[in-house]
Ligand binder design. Structure first.
Ligand code: ADP
Ligand code: MG
Length: 343
């Protein structure tokens, strides 16, 4: 029975083989898992994009909330989201794991299944990684590589005064989901998007969807001037576009999109929790800028990707990012996005 087996019973190479067993390598992978380095080919004229992220137990996730399947999905999703934010095609991933030796083998199997399911949904192949033992919790490091034509790559630096600021999907769901978990909500097993109420919010926290089709379509259409994914809340993340583009923005508080489950959960709060919408992390939606003349085309394009999107503000030449409430008065947000080394 593998049910009660620990990973230590398999050893490093047994574990690597177990992970590799679920991987099918397409033509763009010449040499995958098993040699000293992977060999891949990019399509002609494409540039390579690389992004990496770490997920640490009790910093980024808690094992009592995060089932291994969705943890596997999320650890790849957050990386795919970075490639999507550049308008590129995600292709290959490296997975490095440091695991406590008493981790159940079952956990690793479910994690791998989750990771590879996310990979399959986005055309990503696992081509390598590293496996070691950890004495301080589970550490996951994922690197994703993607490719895109140089002219189509979208950076944080192209926003221009007068552009609309857009966001896809809804904001604050993942942060509200985290709040529900902190308040003792027990995540139901393997819910997905489309689920109602608290389950939906919790699943947005545990199993986010990287917007890679939308990122790619926006890049291909050539309508977008700058783009970023929202991992730390729109205020902080648009702040990066503002800084890199040498601009600011006026954001309209009332136009920031929130979901029906979010509105329902808000009833438990004494006041509308604007900070979750403005500065809640981990929605992995896209924030981008584009000239107002492209509004209709962009709405259509996102619709084709089964995603909603709306302009929520205007880029300004003065460097501040201001939030205005329904009366046009300046709204002072309570706190900025998550910062690991905040004093
Ligand atoms: P080396 O000693 O040369 O670093 P390793 O023994 O660490 O090689 O890894 C052997 C092969 O297995 C390599 O191709 C490596 O990329 C791959 N690999 C190791 N760990 C993982 C993992 N967690 N997921 C996927 N591939 C892995
Ligand atoms: Mg190694």
């Amino acid at each position: 029975m593998t049910r009660d087996k620990k990973i230590s019973e398999l050893g490093e190479f047994g574990l690597i083989s177990r992970i590799a067993a679920g991987v099918f390598a397409p033509d763009n992978v010449i040499t995958g898992i098993g040699d000293d380095a992977a060999v891949t080919v990019t399509d002609q004229g494409m540039q390579l994009l690389t992004s990496t992220d770490m997920l640490l137990e009790d910093v980024h996730f808690r094992r009592r909330w995060h089932d291994p399947y969705r943890l596997g999905r999320k650890s790849l999703a957050v990386n795919i989201s970075d490639i999507a934010a550049m308008g590129a095609i995600p292709r290959w991933a490296l997975l490095s794991l440091a695991m406590p030796s008493d981790l159940p083998l079952n956990f690793l199997d479910d994690f791998t299944r989750g990771f590879l399911s996310m990979a399959g949904e986005h055309g990503v192949t696992l081509i390598g990684g590293d496996t070691c033992s950890s004495r301080s919790g589970l550490v996951i490091s994922v690197t994703v590589m993607g490719e895109q034509l140089p002219a189509l790559i979208l950076r944080r630096s192209g926003a221009r005064p007068g552009d609309d600021v857009w966001v896809t999907g809804t904001l604050g769901d993942a942060a509200m989901g985290l709040k529900l978990l902190e308040d003792g909500c027990v995540p139901s097993p393997l819910t997905g998007e489309g689920q109602g109420g608290g389950d939906y919010l919790v699943s947005r926290q545990l199993d986010p969807t990287p917007r890679s089709a939308a990122g790619l379509a926006l890049a291909g259409a050539g309508l977008v001037t700058a783009m970023i994914d929202i991992s730390d809340g729109i205020l902080a993340d648009f702040g990066h576009i503002a800084e890199m583009s040498g601009v600011g923005a006026t954001l309209r508080l009332n136009d920031l999109p929130v979901s029906v489950p979010f509105r329902t959960a808000v009833r438990a709060f004494p006041q509308f929790p604007h900070h979750l919408v403005l500065s809640g992390g981990e929605d992995y939606e896209l924030c981008f800028t584009a000239a107002p003349i492209h509004r209709e085309k962009i709405t259509e394009l996102l619709k084709k990707c089964s995603l909603a999107g709306m302009p929520v503000g205007i880029v300004t030449s003065s460097p501040e990012v201001q939030v205005l409430d329904a009366d046009g008065a300046s709204f002072l947000p309570k706190k900025q996005g998550f910062n690991h080394f905040a004093p």
